[in-house]
Structure formats: structure tokens, C-alpha cells
Design a protein. Structure first.
Length: 244
């Protein structure tokens, strides 16, 4: 595992591994750049690699046969793509792609499967991640069905803020509208509302978080449950302290 130091890793899953478990992966983990729009998991195709994200943000998208789509989850430094592989599922109808560029480690899928067969500690850790990912998806469905655009937007911004570890979120109105499944004009109006209470400042291609606590109040029960479960499962804080 020459040149691969645990002290240099940011990904929470890799950091959580004991040294001998990480050694099973280390020679096969390749550092990669992850540009925006790069597809990590293609719908209904077996992925060649799992990606452990170091920074940047990936979106998981549910797709329908007639072309409809909506975002159902995020992956940042806390997670990995292709988590379904650990559950012995070669494919998924969902797609995962990079929403905000970053970098990470690519691990061949075949090596990932062999490593989980050889190391029960690694397998247990990855199995713990899957319920968290499923819970995030379930809470996205709940938010879409029962919460207002304003509440969902606040939730979405908090989730992005958690994973980018920066108060500046490189997001456009068009992309926000696509991710939330609403019209661009609706997103623009809701961003103005959040600006009016000094929770954010929106400029072209960027949303700056000014007061996280205000977003948490607006998001109410639509945000927080998966984040608390993650902390219970991994013993590591996902959501960030209040800024502003």
C-alpha cells in the first residue's frame, strides 16, 4: 500500500476501516478526478468501479421509462457509489452522477466483492452504509410528498452544505429546479424568500449559506433523521455546525 496513507483520506467509510481492512483495498484504490456530470453509476448497467468520494457531490437520480426523473439522494465524503453491489445486486434502475466536481478513489467492482468475501469487518461496514442510503431515499420521498417547496429547498441546501464543507455552494437555479422537480420560477421565488430572511445569498451559479440555523428551522422534520442515523452507525458527525 505504498504511497497510500490513512492520514490523507477524507472519505468517512475508508477512514472508518481498520488498517488491515484498508490494506485489502489500498493497492487497488486509484485516486481520480471526478468532473461535474461524470456518471458513476449508469441505470441498468453493472458499474466497473465503486467511487469513494473525497470531495465534491454526487446525485442519485430515480428515472422512469417515460423520461421523468427526480433526485432521491446525495453522496459526498460520507459515502460511496454503487453501494447496491454489496447487496449482491449487479444493477440498479437509478443513475448516479457528479453534481459538483471533486475527486475520490475508484475501486474495481470485482475487487470490492472479493474484499468483502475475505474481510467480514469491511462487509459489515458497507452493509451498515446501505440502510443509511435507503433511509435517505425514503426521506426524499417523504419530503417530496408532504413538504412544501420552501421546506424541501431548505432541506436540499442543508444536505449539500453537509457534504461540500463550504458555505459557497456552486448551484444554478436551473439545476436546483431539476433536482427538486419544480419549475425554475418556483425555485427563484423561494431563493428570494430565503435571501429576505438572510439565510442565504444567491448569485449567478452560487448559493452562499449565511445562517444555517434558519434553514434548519424552515426544513423542520424533512431534514435530520438520516443524518442522525449516520452518526449512530459510523460514530462520525455528518451534519456541520451552524455557520453565520
Amino acid at each position: 500500500m505504498a504511497g497510500f496513507e490513512i492520514t490523507n483520506i477524507r472519505n468517512r467509510i475508508l477512514v472508518s476501516l481498520p488498517e488491515n481492512s484498508l490494506a485489502l483495498l489500498g493497492d487497488f484504490l486509484q485516486p481520480v478526478e471526478l468532473p461535474a456530470k461524470q456518471v458513476l453509476v449508469q441505470s441498468d448497467e453493472r458499474p466497473s468501479h465503486a467511487y469513494f468520494i473525497e470531495n465534491g457531490l454526487a446525485s442519485m437520480i430515480a428515472l422512469s421509462p417515460d423520461g421523468e426523473s427526480v433526485e432521491v439522494g446525495h453522496i459526498g465524503f460520507e459515502g460511496m457509489s454503487a453501494a447496491h453491489i454489496v447487496l449482491a445486486a449487479d444493477t440498479t434502475p437509478n443513475q448516479t452522477f457528479m453534481q459538483v466536481s471533486g475527486c475520490g478513489y475508484a475501486l474495481p467492482i470485482d475487487r470490492l466483492r472479493r474484499a468483502t468475501e475475505e474481510d467480514p469487518v469491511l462487509l459489515e461496514l458497507l452493509l451498515r452504509y446501505n440502510p443509511y442510503a435507503a433511509l435517505q431515499l425514503a426521506n426524499s420521498a417523504l419530503a417530496n410528498a408532504r413538504y412544501s417547496i420552501n421546506e424541501r429547498l431548505a432541506r436540499w441546501l442543508l444536505m449539500v452544505h453537509d457534504r461540500l464543507r463550504s458555505d459557497d455552494l456552486p448551484l444554478t437555479h436551473e439545476f436546483l429546479a431539476l433536482m427538486l422537480g419544480v419549475r425554475r420560477s418556483g425555485i427563484t421565488n423561494e431563493l428570494h424568500v430565503l435571501e429576505g430572511i438572510h439565510a442565504i445569498r444567491a448569485t449567478r451559479g452560487n448559493v452562499k449559506i449565511l445562517d444555517r440555523q434558519k434553514l434548519e428551522v424552515i426544513a423542520a422534520g424533512s431534514y435530520g433523521t438520516p443524518e442522525r442515523i449516520y452518526e449512530d452507525l459510523f460514530g462520525a458527525q455528518l451534519n456541520r455546525p451552524r455557520f453565520g
